[in-house]
Design a protein around this ligand. Structure first.
Ligand SMILES: Cc1cc2nc3c(=O)[nH]c(=O)nc-3n(C[C@H](O)[C@H](O)[C@H](O)COP(=O)(O)O)c2cc1C
Length: 194
């Protein structure tokens, strides 16, 4: 897929088929993250691939899903992610870890989608629980979790009507994701010039 199409068609996925993901593919996603820009190239980030079903189950308990439509987009037991990448920041490397993590995570989401794999970036997470479940050294902070699996839903993006950007479910249980219209966010040469 052309890169622009890839960017435009990527949506957060919260329902997954239970097809397993190859470990080497997951490693490739971390390689995509490693290639991302990093503040002063300091690189405080590390990654944990979680693909063992029992650990996936425990990690799932530390996540929360789609707040605007809760609980309707909580993945059902047979639609849960089949793997995760947990993004960690080493607090001993003084840098701008959340910004670096954002760049790295977007690389993961797009690299996954480029192979037809869906993802959801999760920031509303129980970080203390994740530290325990994954036995993470105390000098690391959990930035985010990326949930992964083949999509079992097809959310649609649309222009937001007015200022309402809350995603919503329609009568067919399709998730609609309003993005602020280009005319609302784009200026030319000086602010206010449309
Ligand atoms: C920093 C960040 C944290 C997020 N945390 C969550 C989360 O905890 N749970 C969730 O279901 N979605 C989460 N999302 C996904 C957003 O809800 C989603 O990106 C947004 O609704 C736009 O949809 P789209 O990704 O399909 O464009 C997060 C996204 C970002 C960028």
């Amino acid at each position: 897929m052309d890169l622009f199409d890839l960017i435009k068609t990527r949506r957060s996925i919260r329902r997954f088929s239970q097809e397993k993901l190859d470990r080497n593919f997951l490693i490739e996603l971390v390689e995509a993250a490693r290639c991302a820009p990093a503040t002063a190239n300091l690189q405080p980030l590390e990654y944990i691939i979680v693909d063992e079903p029992k650990i996936c189950e425990k990690l799932f308990e530390a996540l929360s899903w789609a707040g605007h439509v809760r609980p309707k987009r909580n993945p059902l037991p047979n639609q849960r992610p089949v793997a995760y990448i947990v993004v960690l920041a080493n607090s001993e490397i003084k840098s701008n870890a959340p910004v670096d993590a954002a760049a790295a995570i977007e690389n993961i989401l797009l690299a996954a989608w480029g192979k037809g794999v869906g993802s959801c970036w999760l920031g509303a997470i129980d970080r203390m629980k994740i530290l325990q479940v994954l036995d993470i050294d105390e000098k690391y902070q959990v930035d985010s979790v990326v949930a992964l699996g083949k999509p079992d839903e097809k959310p649609v993006m649309e222009d937001a009507k007015g200022d309402d950007t809350k995603y919503y479910l329609d009568e067919k249980d399709v998730l609609h994701v309003p993005k602020r219209a280009m005319a609302k966010i784009l200026h030319f040469n000086k602010f206010g010039s449309k």
